[in-house]
Ligand binder design. Structure first.
Ligand code: ARG
Length: 461
């Protein structure tokens, strides 16, 4: 079987070489990008007088037929064709004859693959942004119902200060908004066309790169061809951006797992998004957030994999670069399904306000408020106030109660400067609402934050 590049070869390729060298098993995913790229290239060649009108028409017709065959499943994907670019060009030539052989004028597979893959990545950027927005919208819906649902805010996974559940979710809204901004900025930076760079050094043909770029929806063309055919920064960027997104998803998942355990019982995942055990009939397992946490690993793997592929490559194109695609495809698919299923899991979970409140009664969450009271109302220096509060906490422990439930008489015994107005400072709810500084947890400031995210999401439409 003759290869397209077999002119200088005396022997055919070994079957083992075919298997090792081919990317057709996975790069066929790019068939639409490839066909669109070829149409843009041919249209530009015709505008420049390099192809005739008739040749262009016949190329377009042939490519439409190829696309149809691929979509109907009748296209023959053969490993000996090496990659989708050659498979499509070969079939095109079978269909339309000599005009097909002219398509590759002023083009190399190096700029062709760089164009196809870049366009796939740009599209994925957009899709992921839409997925994050939908997730944020689902989170906002839950958050709006819980701006005064108290739960313990933690540091070191220890009860620290009371916050409300909407505020906790608001932290994730902040993270996901930053994620969107990262995908957007990567899109803008990378929306430039490699087409026409040819093998590495440009071409002597009188081409119009700006024109084919415009036909493909790019904002402009790349500056240096040597860079363009070997650059995979755009792929690394999406891998890093998905990695960061998955890291955020994984942190939220970890909390969903903790919260649905018997120790917390802050939430209950819906039956639809939980699984059972094959042996323990009573079990309801949070497989969805666990898998989200787990899948983060493969995305990091893809990022480190491609960074490693790229690190030692001399300019310009090297075959190593063919290893760029599978990790990106996998990471992108992982992001799509992760965003979708997390959104559904959150939209359908039940929030147990009572258990959250009960947890607030453990760990003397309003201790800082007592110290703040001593400073504010009794003019006691903070260090001393801290010490007095410590004594009050010790007393509460001795009584087996939470500081927020302590009777005034005990506090008065500890320090007689403490007035009865201290009691409102000790309530968990007041403690949460007292934190009304900008970005703080009070119900009022939380509502303002939710408004901010809602406006942001509205502006995006
Ligand atoms: N299948 C190749 C890839 O994905 C296409 C580019 C091949 N170019 C070459 N000069 N061998 O990277």
């Amino acid at each position: 079987m003759e290869k397209m590049w077999s002119g200088r070869f005396q022997k055919g390729a070994a079957k083992l070489l075919d298997e090792f060298n081919a990317s057709i098993m996975f790069d066929r995913k790019l068939y639409k990008e490839d066909i669109e790229g070829s149409i843009a290239h041919a249209t530009m060649l015709a505008k420049q007088g390099i192809l005739s009108k008739e040749e262009l028409a016949s190329i377009k017709e042939g490519l439409a037929q190829v696309e149809k065959e691929i979509e109907e499943g009748t296209f023959e994907w053969k490993i000996s064709d090496e990659d989708l670019h050659m498979a499509i060009e070969k079939r095109l030539t079978q269909l339309i004859g000599d005009a097909g052989k002219k398509l590759h004028t002023a083009r190399s597979r190096n700029d062709q693959v760089a164009t196809d893959f870049r366009r796939y990545v740009l599209k994925a950027n957009k899709n992921i942004i839409e997925g994050i927005k939908a997730l944020m919208e689902a989170i906002v819906v839950v958050a709006e119902k819980h701006t005064d649902t108290l739960l313990p805010g933690m540091t070191h996974l220890q009860h620290a200060q009371p916050i409300n559940f909407a505020y906790h979710l608001g932290a994730y809204l902040s993270m996901f908004k930053r994620d969107i901004e990262r995908f957007e900025s990567s899109y803008e930076r990378n929306n430039i066309s490699p087409l026409g760079c040819a093998a590495l050094a440009g071409t002597p043909h009188k081409i119009d790169r700006e024109y084919s770029a415009k036909l493909l929806g790019f904002d402009g063309v790349s500056v240096n061809c040597l860079d363009t055919v070997s650059d995979r920064d755009f792929a690394l960027e999406i891998l890093f951006n998905i990695s960061t997104l998955m890291m955020h998803i994984s942190r939220l998942s970890e909390e969903l797992i903790l919260w649905s355990s018997y120790e917390f019982k802050f939430i209950e995942l819906s039956d639809e998004y939980s699984t059972g055990s094959s042996i323990m009939p009573q079990k309801k397992n949070p497989d969805v957030p666990e898998l989200l946490r787990g899948k983060t690993g493969r995305v990091y793997g893809a990022l480190v994999g491609l960074l490693t592929v790229m690190k030692g490559l001399p300019l310009a194109y090297n075959k190593d670069t063919q290893e760029d695609k599978e990790g990106v495809f996998d990471a992108v698919e992982t992001a799509y399904i992760s965003l979708e299923i997390l959104k559904e899991t959150i939209a359908t979970m039940q929030v147990n306000e009572k258990n959250m409140l009960k947890a607030c009664k453990k760990g003397h969450l309003s201790a800082t408020d007592l110290a703040d009271y001593l400073v504010e109302k009794c003019d006691i220096p903070f260090r001393e106030a801290h010490f007095i509060t410590g004594e009050a906490v010790a007393k509460a422990e001795e009584l087996g109660i939470d500081l927020s439930d302590m009777e005034y008489k005990y506090l008065k015994e500890i320090d007689e400067r403490i007035g009865e107005d201290v009691m409102s400072y000790l309530s968990i709810e007041n403690s949460m609402n007292a934190r009304c500084s900008q970005g703080g947890t009070s119900t009022q400031t939380t509502k303002e934050q939710l408004e901010y995210f809602k406006n942001y999401l509205k502006e995006q439409k």
